[in-house]
Design a protein around this ligand. Sequence first.
Ligand SMILES: NC(=O)c1ccc[n+]([C@@H]2O[C@H](COP(=O)([O-])OP(=O)(O)OC[C@H]3O[C@@H](n4cnc5c(N)ncnc54)[C@H](O)[C@@H]3O)[C@@H](O)[C@H]2O)c1
Length: 397
Amino acid sequence: MIVKPLVRSNICLNAHPKGCAKDVENQIEYILQKKKSRAFTEKPKTVVILGASTGYGLASRITAAFGYDALTIGVSFEREGGLKKSASPGWYNNLAFDACAKKMNLESYTFNIDAFSEEACDTVIEKLKSLNKKADLVIYSIASPVRTDPESGVFYKSVLKPIQQNFEGNTIDILSSKFSPVKVEPATEEEIQNTVKVMGGEDWERWIHKMQKASVLAPQVKTIAYSYVGPELSHAIYRNGTIGEAKKHLEATAKTLSQYLSQSVGGEAFVSINKGLVTRSSTVIPIMPFYISILYKVMKRKNTHEDCIAQCERLFAERLYTGNPIPVDENGLIRIDEFEMDPSVQEEVAQTMKEITEENLYELSDFKGFLKDFYTIHGFDVDGIDYSQALERLDQI
Ligand SMILES: NC(=O)c1ccc[n+]([C@@H]2O[C@H](COP(=O)([O-])OP(=O)(O)OC[C@H]3O[C@@H](n4cnc5c(N)ncnc54)[C@H](O)[C@@H]3O)[C@@H](O)[C@H]2O)c1
């Protein structure tokens, strides 16, 4: 069968196995090239990545494995492929990652399991114990709209809403390139709390505590979760909205986790503020398709644009493993969003936001680049793949 993208409401419902595999290989190739020019003073050896199959988590896993020769354990929750049923892209990415790791004699273990469950923690702990290994880096890169609390069994749903104000803006329809107005009412108190339950630091803390109690964390272990700050113009819906509350909770959790780890194993916990990029989670945030398209245009012109793999490569080489204490800002946060937040970039983006229309969209913004990334993360529009070739089955890469 010929596989074409099925896009509804800015969400791509299927994925191309060969395109996903090629995209993973391209990211690996980027890391292998970069490796040649980096001098390594420190290296992670055993890395657990929660949310390892796409976006920042996948890029972190590729960096740890192919850049630092680390053993990686990846946890993600993806739809499996069937003979004629498309998997979600992360499922193909995992197959591709494991195949490439095997070729290069890198140890990798991948679990497709709900990370919010006790079972997932137990599975990873058991694996580490059976290998007689302790994790020296734990990356928490889960982005999910829902979570079942394993203790209470309560199912929580997150919302993307402003707090105590309306949000009005535009988003771009991916299929038609038409602008559509978005109006979002303020979240209720319950919706705010539910979003914090899903995307805040509670689950990260649970993982670290369980792993520590099971003695599978190495001395001086590092753990990192990812967050986003972004520009003023997104603050109403992002930083000052429900998701922002969750991120503030995540950032506060890093502080309590750091204390806990320093007392128990001499370890540290951090939040890294990353750049706004096209991932499966970010394209559904109102305003982001707009903002990212304009941002890409400005940053590509200034030659400061990075994708997930470039961000993670720099995070490891210039922040986490330099042989020196990890550099942080005045709030204790690792920053790899400094090129995005450069005032000259932000001024230009803000100005363009005022001028952009459906007519000048492709001229004033890099919507073309946005679309390319959107399709690429689902395995479509990947250079070197012949999409006219029929696939026999969709349960393999
Ligand atoms: N995309 C951006 O622009 C951006 C910018 C800065 C920070 N971040 C942060 O980076 C982190 C990762 O986001 P992303 O954009 O890479 O998202 P993504 O959608 O590409 O990845 C999410 C990952 O979480 C996994 N996942 C979801 N639910 C799960 C569950 N129940 N159990 C196990 N795994 C589960 C998915 O399988 C996937 O591997 C998030 O904290 C996000 O806020 C993203």
